[in-house]
Ligand binder design. Structure first.
Ligand SMILES: [Fe+2]
Length: 467
């Protein structure tokens, strides 16, 4: 720190401190109440003739009014001016050419090839979260309220206005750089290693205190994330309800001529002007709220004797379809943990999956890939496309033989967006300079260990198939 800090330094420090020390409300799916001024929440009803402090009452519905009660999500916002107070929407100029909300033959392609991308570079010109966001792949349609999109972002500039996604919920996985996110419900700081869900329709603005920033976004159309059922695991484990954090009410009463709201609607961007900050909600209550989660608080379960748990054991959040056990999109992580299985191939097994798997790496090294899969990079293994550990990982694992003792995976956090829908891939992602054309090479070296002579087999005992 400078000996005689300037006023701007003091401002930076106080801003840093205020974001790092934000208070939150704890719990997944709770009905929260929060007021930034005492008495701002109407006590006896949602929509009184006159609200405290002269506020406007406004409901935001995240499910149809008549959705079953256990699924119903809505919040009541009490604000200085209602969000309807703006000029008409117009297509944003310039348009955004790399966002897709309807995946079809005119917007995307399909391929069963294993795809892997190297990390994207920071933008070389000022780029905020909205301009730096680009679709990679997806399925379905935001118009039909069924499907998903997977985006990535690289940005280096804080947003001037507010963004509103009318198409679906964003699950943001920052990989580099913290996000200071102001929402209508309050503020959240989200660091790499944490995730945030910004539900459909909320207005938010993202500042980038660390400069160049990068990350992943899963967007789901027509449903919301839930915690997975735990089945025989019992009442505890995986992501715990109390580790999900929602903001407390925060508002600014700020006249701001020309304030711009950017709305994503059907994958296209529209803008509208208003003369005040949209972050003018003095109090709110309800269960439709942004929330964040620290992935390091995940309580992993896995095998303690033989074989390999399916990756579903590490599901943090799931967005269901109407079919039991079939996800529109699962968010699964591969966190630090102990590996202790005996006479078992411990890395992820080779497989083909009726689900499609998009993977990212937040930090460290992924256990199935010795190299080539880098933090900030991504891979896509679509429906029934074979994949698994690369040659180096396979050979190193076999070389350990039966003597491998307990080992701890440290300092890594990989994740997967897994969907029952088959993703189509955006053309710019297939033509990206970051696409690794040699990805397939990581498996080409896998050699046959087969021997008709049992005594020549590299592994003896009950691991050898007897013919
Ligand atoms: Fe897989």
């Amino acid at each position: 720190m400078a000996e005689n800090p300037s006023h701007s330094n003091i401002d930076i420090e106080s801003t840093e401190s205020s974001w790092s020390n934000l208070r939150y409300q704890s719990g997944f799916g709770n009905n929260f109440s929060s007021e930034a001024k005492p008495g701002a929440l109407p006590g006896d009803q949602n929509n009184p003739l006159l609200c405290p402090y002269g506020l406007y009452a406004e409901q935001i519905s995240g499910t149809p009014f008549t959705a079953p009660r256990r699924l119903n999500q809505r919040s009541w916002l009490y604000r200085i001016k209602p969000s309807v107070t703006h000029e008409p929407f117009h297509p944003r100029s310039p348009p955004h050419h790399r966002l897709v909300g309807d995946f079809n033959t005119s917007t995307s392609s399909t391929t069963p090839t294993q795809l892997r991308w190297k990390p994207a570079d920071a933008p070389d010109s000022p780029t905020d979260f909205v301009d730096g966001l680009y679709s990679v792949c997806g399925a379905g349609s935001s118009f039909l309220r069924h499907g998903f999109a997977i985006h990535m972002y690289t940005a280096n500039k804080s947003m001037d206005g507010a963004f509103c996604n009318a198409d679906g919920d964003f699950l943001i996985v920052p990989q580099e750089g913290r996000l200071w996110i102001t929402t209508e419900c309050g503020k959240l700081q989200v660091s790499p290693g944490e995730i945030i869900v910004l539900p459909q329709g909320f207005r938010f603005s993202i500042n980038l205190p660390d400069g160049p920033s990068r990350g992943y976004v899963a967007e789901i159309f027509g449903t919301h994330f839930q915690l997975p059922d735990l089945g025989p695991i019992g009442a505890n484990g995986l992501a715990g309800e109390r580790d999900f954090l929602s903001p407390i009410a925060w508002f600014e009463d700020r006249i701001h001529p020309g304030y711009t709201i950017v709305q994503k609607f059907g994958g296209e961007l529209f803008t509208a002007k208003q003369d005040f900050s949209p972050f003018n909600v003095v109090a709110w209550h309800g269960n439709y709220v942004p929330y964040k989660f620290d992935l390091n608080k995940f309580c992993p379960f896995n095998t303690v004797l033989i074989d390999h748990g399916d990756p579903s054991i590490n599901t943090v959040l799931t967005a269901p379809t109407d079919k039991p056990g079939v996800a529109l999109l699962d968010f699964v992580i591969f966190p630090p943990r102990w590996l202790v299985a005996e006479h078992t191939f411990r890395p992820p097994y080779y497989h083909r999956n009726c689900m499609s798997e998009f993977m990212g790496l937040i930090y460290g090294q992924y256990e199935a890939k010795a190299d080539g899969f880098l933090p900030g990079g991504a891979s896509l293994h679509s429906c029934m496309t074979p994949h698994g550990p690369d040659t180096k990982t396979y050979e190193a694992t076999i070389a350990h033989g039966e003597d491998a003792g307990p080992s701890r995976i440290r300092g890594t956090m990989a994740f997967m967006f897994e969907s029952s829908l088959i993703p189509r891939v955006c053309q710019w992602s297939l033509e990206s300079p970051h696409l690794d054309p040699d990805y397939y090479q990581c498996w080409i070296g896998l050699k046959s260990h087969f021997s008709c002579n049992e005594t020549d087999a590299p592994i003896k005992g009950n691991s050898v198939l007897r013919v």
